[in-house]
Design a protein around this ligand. Structure first.
Ligand SMILES: *Cc1c(COP(=O)(O)O)cnc(C)c1O
Length: 355
């Protein structure tokens, strides 16, 4: 540590993103939950020459076109929508501005929550998931601080029903609950409709997983208008232009193309079931995922050896060897049908070799 670095941050351990290898042409990249499909045609079109030339101009700080499209999609008012540079930016604002009493989240969940808590020096209450990785709303009843729940959860893929989220909201209407819906479009129910009844709810969604725009860095929060205004106060106190022109144009196009959105997420859900069933048939323990990935414990081989053997065949998945509760599992992003067929073939080969 240099003598210039804030001693209060000396223990900060940054988030470790999944590997983004340089040449991915010969690899099957199933490690960071991106979509295997390109953005919708209108989004690709929106990134043309005209758009490039307009980059000399600052983007619209109100993000009006995009906010209209999001509000229209969810049937909320535009003053309930705040856009951000990925959910990570919005989550950072929530940890910075909305956690005066600390943050509450599960032991096995999105790895960025503890990092944000450390960065903004928020006390943390960890609520362990149950033995089967389910989240029990009752476990939150006595907890104070702002609650962060990824629904579906990462890396398990397990989803809560809306009634369970309502239960957490009801436990204390003076306690804020943030529902991180990065994966909600793959089969879970969104909590957005609950925003009308609960002013202690913020829902965060991203364009990174179900709308093919991870590289654009784009996300949004939906809440009651008063809380949205406060989120905007933070945004305009930090970087009013955090959503750039290319992201605005592509994001609006992606939000308006429901057909492509539905087609791609249905393909992912169908290939998820195909992959889960195929691995279960080989004796793997595969959790019931409602996300664009599965969480699977291999059978007849250790998770570490399976990870390495896949890697050797050019298939990259995610593995957390240093987290005792999940070190027997791999998280496998759902790619195209062909990619998943390759994964299954590779797995059959690997199991044959070790037996
Ligand atoms: C991927 C992910 C995010 C981050 O999304 P970005 O919008 O790309 O920053 C947020 N929460 C969870 C649970 C995620 O898995």
């Amino acid at each position: 540590m240099t003598r210039f670095f804030d001693p209060g941050l000396s223990a900060l351990e940054p988030y470790v993103p999944g590997e983004q290898p340089k040449g991915i042409d010969n690899l099957i990249k199933l490690n960071t939950n991106e979509s295997p499909y390109p953005p919708c045609p209108a989004a690709v079109q929106a990134l043309g020459r005209r758009q490039a030339e307009d980059l000399r101009l600052y983007p619209d700080p109100a993000c009006s076109g995009l906010v209209d499209a999001i509000a229209g999609f969810y049937g909320v008012h535009t003053d309930q929508v705040v856009t951000g540079n990925g959910s990570d930016e919005l989550l950072a604002f929530l940890f910075r501005g909305f956690c005066p009493g600390g943050a509450v989240f599960a032991d096995v969940t999105y790895g960025f929550y503890p990092v944000f808590a450390a960065m903004f020096q928020r006390p943390v209450t960890i609520v362990p998931l149950r033995e089967d990785f389910t989240l029990a709303p009752a476990d939150y009843a006595s907890k104070t601080g702002t609650v962060f729940i990824a629904n579906p959860n990462a890396p398990t893929g397990l989803a809560l029903a809306l009634d369970q989220i309502r239960e957490v909201l009801e436990q204390d209407r003076d306690r804020l609950v943030v529902i991180d819906e990065a994966y909600v479009d793959f089969g879970a129910r969104s909590a957005v409709p609950l925003v009308r009844d609960y002013d202690n709810l913020v829902v965060v969604q991203t364009f990174s997983k179900s709308r093919q725009l991870a590289g654009a860095r784009l996300a949004f929060a939906i809440s009651n208008p008063a809380l949205a205004a406060e989120l905007n106060t933070l945004k305009f106190s930090f970087n009013p232009y955090s959503v750039n022109r290319a992201a605005l144009a592509a994001g609006e196009a992606a939000m308006r193309d429901r057909e492509y959105f539905d087609k791609t997420r249905r393909a992912i859900m169908s290939d998820r079931e195909y992959t889960a069933e195929s691995l279960r048939a080989m004796g793997f323990h595969v959790l019931e995922s409602k996300a664009n990935f599965i969480f699977a414990a291999p059978n007849g081989i250790s998770a570490g050896d399976y990870f390495a053997a896949l890697r050797q065949r050019g298939i990259i998945v995610r593995y957390w060897p240093d987290s005792p509760r999940i070190r027997d599992y791999l998280r496998i992003t759902i790619g195209t049908h062909d990619q998943m067929a390759s994964l299954i073939r590779a797995t059959e080969e690997i199991l044959r070799e070790v037996n």
